[in-house]
Write a protein that binds this ligand. Sequence first.
Ligand code: BGC
Ligand code: NOJ
Length: 817
Amino acid sequence: MKFGHFDDQNKEYVITSPRTPLPWINYLGCENFFSLVSNTCGGYSFYKDAKLLRLTRYRYNNVPYDSNGHYYYIKDGDTIWNPGWMPSKTELDSYECRHGMGYSVFTGVKNGLMAQLTDFVPMGSTCEINKLTLKNTSDKKKDFSVFSYVEFCLWNAMDDMTNFQRNFSTGEVEIHVGGSQLFHKTEYRERRNHYAVYAVNASVDGFDTDRDSFLGAYGENSAPSVVVNDQSKNSVASGWAPVGSHHLKVALEPGEEKTYIFVLGYVENPVNEKWVGRAEDGIINRAPADALLARFDTTEKADAALAELKAYWDKLLGHFSISSSEEKLDRMVNVWHQYQCMVTFNMSRSASYFESGIGRGMGFRDSCQDLLGFVHLIPDRARERILDIAATQFEDGSAYHQYQPLTKKGNADIGSGFNDDPLWLIAAAAAYIKETGDYSILDESTPYDSDPSKATDFMEHLRRSFNYTINHLGPHGLPQIGRADWNDCLNLNCFSEEPGESFQTFGPSEGPNAESVFIAGMFVKYGKDYVKICRHKGLCDEADTAQKAIEQMEKTVMDAGWDGEWYLRAYDHYKHKIGSKECEDGKIFIEPQGFCVIAEIGKDEGLCLKAMQSVEKYLDTKYGIVLLQPPYHRYHVELGEISSYPPGYKENAGIFCHNNPWISIAETVIGRGNRAWQVYTRTCPAYIEDISEIHRTEPYVYSQMIAGKDAPNFGEAKNSWLTGTAAWTFLDVSQYILGIRPDYDGLIIDPCIPDTMDGFTAKRKFRGNTYHITVRNPAHVQKGVTKLIVDGATIDGNMIPAINGTGHDVTVEVTMG
Ligand code: BGC
Ligand code: NOJ
């Protein structure tokens, strides 16, 4: 069942019922100011950091769901309604929500009145615009009221939710209402250097800034007493819960329409301002707010800002686009994959409807992987991001697992010890260099532990990343897993040596014995990149030594990491096998199958094909590939968090979407295009839109996890948006299935597609030039390029050498066979 449809022309998903199975959200903002907005106008805003600089309040896990947002109430006679349905939930005569690239448009119609709300964050600004257009579609004059409403958050979202003894006494507002001045500003500020402004470009008929006054004692935002009584109270908040509400009395003749521009902005006083003082002392410097508001004080200016935002996205998505006979493939590649990649760039795993914005900052491994999906879009920001991440690395090559976006400093509460982390830095650096050809990043002076006095060039960071694995090998010569590898929940050092002493139940530690075959796969895969980078730098001895270490690791995996039909997952502290046919549960895991095949370990010996066949045989389901089988049926303290999940959820045999593309990529490595395609489409949002009632999360983006076949709710997804799946599926489909893959010296063209596909065309920007690629598959093969013609000249092999200069249009014709 569907709750909407794609509008490919406008790059929008159009939701036609407010009663989606879960809130279906969008992200506004591409730079520093961000908002989350659901299909019923729920959500919140923050500046740079969802934890520390939260502008508006949101109540997670609330009842009813998703019942706080940036709302507009219409009081028309006895009827109170909202253009996005919530929070009044008044039945609308028609409802539509269009989630587009960085903007959302809500259109509600009720009793002959149409209200259209367009929400977006303009480029280069620190505010959200809510453009509200009201149109009388009836044949009678209409007199009605509009009330805006936002509930401010007292900045630090964690403190705001927990520290009431303090924060019930910190809220202050300043109000500036003036007919001539046109603006009504409701400003909340902490006694710091920043404040929020909420304004409308019209003179108002009243306002409220105190929540209880607006809602009424024991009131709810579904029917605020001010709205019910159609009269603002002009309340001035002092402590408690400051809100912002404007009252506009509107009269519309039949057919007439009016537009208002509301602005919710973040403002900093100039740094030399005195910060300390009371609001009445006039310490707030209104000049920067006035300047911000002046940029958007007319409909024309707001429309121009929206047009600029759309142009920005058109340009960005113009870097890579395709045209094929598969409509769904085209819409995912051209729009939604890349859009989700940008959102993960901005948010890492911090703020979604499943991540509270206070728990996690930027993940080291997460952000490195996200980069694989957006480096082609914004290479300069990717470069900056890589160096930011590297600066949180420790001198021994290990890394803080997370850092806070505002301070860019490592999160000491979480610390380090995830032994895959260092290798992801090599993955990110390699992707950046392949995309840009910019080796100068290797020379950048980059601190350790955010301490500028401890810095080396970035190349040395990569060296320490690579050596970290070599310096932490376990009893079989496989990499020590540490607290966990990619699988956060496989905590194999939760052991106790003392009989009778209770096991550590959470908070995994490190240890010398537990080993990871997955990290071994990563080491081989990204080690090869490290070798190439060394060679480019002329470090031949180092490259040779590294190459030997990689070959040794390949041997080790084949000796100690192969279980007969698939790659083992790990060894635990007691040197017991994990992910082996010998195990009671958890006999086979997906991760090492994906990465060891991608790394081509034992390919010539037939291991890769066998591993892929085992995945298909043991882990496949109609909704995707589960993480392991059989699920852990009982709790194993010595394995850590993994078995704390019920069978079929999360890392305990859920369909963890993130590593499905690893399998799809691995299938392309062994040339099985039909299977790579099947794996890709099974979890791909556009391909499963028809089962939205089962899947439940947004049909335009990936979710982290889909309940596996062992769970009662098989097929139900959770944790949409912020997942490494975004980058990996885009990588899978663009670089491995369609096969357009940047490499150190040029652009490789190596499609691995279903044999039913006739071919496709693609436009790919690469190092400043635009490649117009036509792939033909007359023999209906799954893989193999027999002819490559670049600008009329036939080329040997399947790599288009990078060209000097920029601005060229290059025509590429590819024949498969
Ligand atoms: C989840 C993992 C997640 C981790 C993040 C665990 O509880 O199962 O999926 O990566 O928390 O800290
Ligand atoms: C989500 C985390 O963000 C990611 O870092 C991890 O690899 C997966 N969960 C698997 O545990």
